[in-house]
Design a protein. Structure first.
Length: 571
């Protein structure tokens, strides 16, 4: 075997095939190819300089023989440290001691909380088919004025869930008895003159990564399908306090990826041979199909944006640190966010008002005020658009006609739009932050071999992703977060120039803003020839959801895309 260069000699890229052949001639078998160092540390097997040499390819470094010998001595002690860590039981709910804050250094906090709703039309209750699709803004007034009881709404939505779930596969567990108790209590309170607010008596659905006492919390994954958590998630507690009625725990792609779960594939109500996308698959599908008044989903990297687009509903991904995740499955402690999926932008505002703010249990949540005013004129806001994104060639951008038409509507609402460029940084490279954190969140699943119980087993599915993450060097995970700090600073500068940015619902801004923690409102802005929806996204500053919602709300008042129903599928 050819020896590596002597110390001090410049290191050159290693030819993989030649290196493998050298290892083979030296008697180092395929078991010592990339990944063996981790495997040997796990198994307690002897670590040798050849083991280190095989692992260097993965780490992207190259050492000489003397350096490898010293590394081996230290790795023996490190193996003991890792074994000691593995001996400590770590529940998914235990966060790391490091807390991510998306605010740039020196950021000021706003003051004052206020809520100014739009005026809902005074109307009599429609028939059940129309009632099921009303937004919360109108349902709440019907309930408040006692034109509709919570019991009627609850029975309606439970019946629709039972009727359409065999087609849509959007329900994990119906919470019938809990819902009936809550609806009865809501009607009694309202009859006595105690009205809690716009969510009082409104049936809703929870993505099944939110714990609800007395019911399974499956995370959409077979290894956890009988799991029960003896607590209610903070979001569930807050919606209980607002008087909302939980009617179902809705599906998510297993461990918050995609729309495939242990019970099948959740479907798009507009095209039932198509999945609803994910991972907030059930919340988006059920909301679009008129099976709940609203729902709560989560996003780490597209899990509200993508199914909201696919199912033609309005999704709000709040600022990171806006809504407590206590009682929710952890996938990435520095990227997970909970948010509403509704039938309108103002509905999203009403739900966010009920669920935001610190709970003294999730250390990432900030005490930032939420100031919703439905009367805000978008002309009072500085609105920008990602010019280069809208100018892409149509052959690579099939939704371009819809997005350009949406831009024209926004121009009519606000006047001139400011062209902006998104900060140019390697966002794709920073994805390893999510990969490493997700693998840590489900470390025991990988080490126990129970990842084999997951439904998806392809190269891009969680089992393989978790295994690959074992080879991300800790140094590079930390440096990815340092690059993330640069992204935060540059986005802070960008958001000084505008209040809201209009952008295609596409991968570049989606990845960037999930890393920086910025909020997004996703609204339908048209339908393709096959009847499926498309969407446009409004981005806001950190903890400035109200501005993005204001522009989205104005857009929806000027259009009617969000009022369409998938009637041809559901009649």
């Amino acid at each position: 075997m050819t020896l590596p260069p002597a110390p001090g000699t410049p290191r050159t890229p290693l030819d993989r095939r030649a290196f493998v052949e050298q290892l083979s001639r030296a008697g180092v078998g395929s078991a010592l190819l990339p990944g063996v160092l981790w495997a040997k540390l796990q198994a307690g097997a002897e670590i040798t300089p050849a083991t280190v040499a095989a692992a260097e390819e993965v780490a992207g470094v190259r050492f000489d023989d003397a350096e490898r010998a010293m590394i081996v001595e230290r790795l023996k002690g490190q193996a003991e440290q890792i074994a000691a860590l593995h001996a400590v039981p770590l529940d998914n709910a235990v966060p790391p001691a490091i807390v991510f804050d998306p605010r740039p250094v020196g950021a000021a906090r706003g003051k004052g909380e206020r809520m100014a709703r739009s005026r809902a039309p005074l109307r009599e209750a429609p028939g059940d088919d129309d009632l099921a699709f009303l937004p919360v803004t109108e349902l709440s007034e019907l309930v408040r004025r006692r034109k509709v009881t919570s019991a009627r709404l609850t029975a309606l939505y439970v019946a629709r869930l039972e009727r359409f779930d065999p087609t849509l596969r959007c329900v994990v567990t119906l919470t019938r008895e809990r819902a009936r108790r809550q609806a009865k209590a809501a009607d009694e309170e309202i009859a006595r003159g105690r009205y809690r607010g716009p969510l009082h008596g409104i049936p809703w659905g929870a993505k099944d990564l939110l714990a609800v006492r007395g019911y399974p919390t499956t995370w959409g994954a077979a290894p956890y399908k009988t799991q029960t958590i003896d607590d209610d998630a903070t979001v569930v507690q807050r919606l209980d306090a607002a008087g909302a009625v939980l009617v179902a725990k809705l599906t998510l792609g297993e461990l918050a990826m995609g729309d495939v779960w242990f019970g099948g594939t959740t479907k798009n109500p507009w095209k039932t041979d198509q999945g609803s996308s994910g991972s907030s698959a059930g919340p988006a599908s059920a909301t679009a199909a008129g099976l709940v008044g609203f729902s709560v989903g989560s996003e780490t990297l597209g899990s509200i944006s993508s199914p909201s687009t696919r199912c033609g509903v309005t999704g709000l991904r709040p600022t990171f640190g806006r809504v407590p995740r206590t009682g929710a499955m952890a996938l990435s402690w520095t990227m997970d966010k909970l948010g509403p999926i509704c039938r309108s932008a103002e509905d999203c505002a009403l739900v966010l008002a009920a669920i935001h703010g610190p709970d003294a249990r999730d250390p990432s949540v900030r005490a930032a005020p939420f100031r919703w005013n439905a009367a805000v004129s978008p002309r009072a806001l500085r609105v920008g658009y990602v010019k280069s994104a809208f100018e892409r060639d149509e052959k690579d951008y099939p939704n371009k006609p819809f997005d350009l038409a949406a831009l024209d509507v926004v121009r009519g609402l606000v006047g001139d739009l400011t062209p902006v460029d998104l900060p140019d940084l390697p966002y794709g490279a920073m994805r390893l932050i999510l990969t490493a954190e997700a693998a840590a969140a489900f470390d025991d699943l990988t080490r126990s071999g129970r990842d084999a119980e997951l439904t998806r087993q392809d190269v891009d599915a969680w089992p393989n992703t978790f295994r690959v993450a074992r080879f991300i060097p800790a140094v590079d995970y930390i440096n990815a977060n340092r690059v993330r700090s640069l992204a935060i600073a540059r986005w802070a500068e960008l958001m000084k120039t505008v209040d809201v940015i209009v952008a295609p619902t596409g991968p570049v801004q989606l990845l960037a803003t999930n890393l920086t923690g910025h909020p997004a409102v996703i609204v339908p802005n048209g339908f393709r020839e096959d009847g499926t929806p498309v969407s446009i996204t409004f981005l806001g500053g950190l903890f400035e959801e109200a501005t993005a919602l204001a522009v989205a709300n104005a857009y929806q008042r000027a259009t009617a895309w969000h009022t369409r129903r998938p009637a041809s599928v559901l009649e």
